[in-house]
Structures are given as C-alpha cells and as structure tokens.
Write a protein that binds this ligand. Structure first.
Ligand code: 5GP
Ligand code: MG
Length: 183
C-alpha cells in the first residue's frame, strides 16, 4: 500500500531547498571570511547520499559556493553488526581536501534511534578531525536511544515503533515523496 502521504513531491523539493538555505545561514559558508570553515556534506548511503547531492546543488544555486561532497558507509561501525543481517558495503568517498578542520554536515533520510549517526561519528573519526559535525535529516521520526539530535530537520513526524516511513527520491524511485506505513 502507498501509505499516508507526509510530503508530496513538491513538499520534498521545497524542504530540501529550505534545509539548503538553513545550512548556508548556519554555516556562513558564503561569508568569504578567511576563518570560515570549509563545509563538507557527507551523505549516509543510500538516500542520505542522494539528499546530500541535492543539497550541494541547491547550496551552490543559492549561495554561489559549492560545498565539498562525500559519502560515508557506516556498515562496519554499527554496534549491532553481529546481530543484524549483513547488507553489502556501500562506497565511502572522501572529497579532495579531506575533513580535517572542516565543518562536516552528515546527511541522512530518516533519524530514528540515532545509532546510525553514532556509527557515522565513529567512521568520521577514522577520516580525520573535523572542526565540528552537524546533522541534517529529511525526517525525524523520534524514538532516540542515544543523546543525538539533528541541526536541520525537514519534518518532525511522531511515529509509533510499528510504523515505517518510505522516503522516495526520483533518482531511485522515479518520483519524490514521503509516506507513513502501518506495519
Ligand atoms: P537509526 O540508526 O537512527 O535507528 O535509523 C536511521 C537509519 O535507518 C537511517 O539511515 C534510515 O535510512 C534508516 N531508517 C530508520 N527508520 C526508518 C524508516 O522508518 N524509514 C526509512 N526509510 N528509513 C529508516
Ligand atoms: Mg539509511
């Protein structure tokens, strides 16, 4: 079943644009200040990487500055690696210049327990020492199990644990949209 629509295609596009504006404002990446940090968007595969790509394009469109872009597979850093079914490793890619001293914005589609983000922080540690790390998510569905919060949230969606959110993106699914499913 399609589920209940939470974001229409145009809502998804507007939300990505809004987050791009917020990243520009909060990071001041277009300030031209010599001591403004280099901004690196690191997407968490699969859809977090796609969202990071879209955000980079919007940020460039709105500010004239293109942030560096990478992607971070967190499979090996999960604390439940031994208890969950294995999935294939995704590619980690680090932009030229790395993440040392950069302001890294992690990007994911859905924030739930926070364990993926915790794993991503472990993964970043192996790549360098950022000046700061922020988090952007399209959907925050609650149920945190760790002291982790997002700096940029497309939409807060109170969910029950039995519910599931589908994030559809044109690049993968042929159209944009976010839906809520009852298990
Ligand atoms: P967490 O690690 O915070 O429990 O879950 C976040 C990760 O699992 C994200 O990478 C996200 O893609 C995925 N995830 C968790 N819950 C959902 C959900 O309801 N829908 C979708 N599409 N992904 C989810
Ligand atoms: Mg995911």
């Amino acid at each position: 079943a399609a589920g209940r629509e939470l974001l229409s295609p145009s809502d998804v596009q507007r939300t990505v644009a809004r987050i791009a504006h917020q990243i520009i404002e909060k990071t001041a990446l277009d300030s031209g200040d010599a001591d403004a940090p280099r901004v690196v968007l690191m997407g968490i595969p699969t859809r977090g990487t796609t969202l990071a790509n879209r955000l980079a394009a919007k940020i460039e469109e709105f500010s004239g500055v293109r942030p560096a872009l990478g992607s971070l597979d967190i499979t090996l850093y999960r604390d439940d690696l031994r208890t969950r079914p294995h999935r294939p490793l995704e590619r980690t890619s680090v932009p030229d210049g790395g993440i040392e001293n950069a302001l890294v914005v992690l990007v994911d589609d859905v924030l739930f327990s926070g364990r993926t983000v915790r794993s991503a922080l472990d993964g970043l540690r192996d790549l360098g020492r950022p000046r700061a790390v922020q988090l952007a998510v399209l959907i925050d569905r609650g149920h945190r199990e760790l002291p982790i919060r997002a700096d940029y949230v497309g939409k807060n969606v109170p969910t029950s644990r039995a519910e599931d959110i589908s994030v559809l993106l044109t690049e993968h699914d042929g159209h944009d949209g976010v839906y809520l499913h009852q298990e």
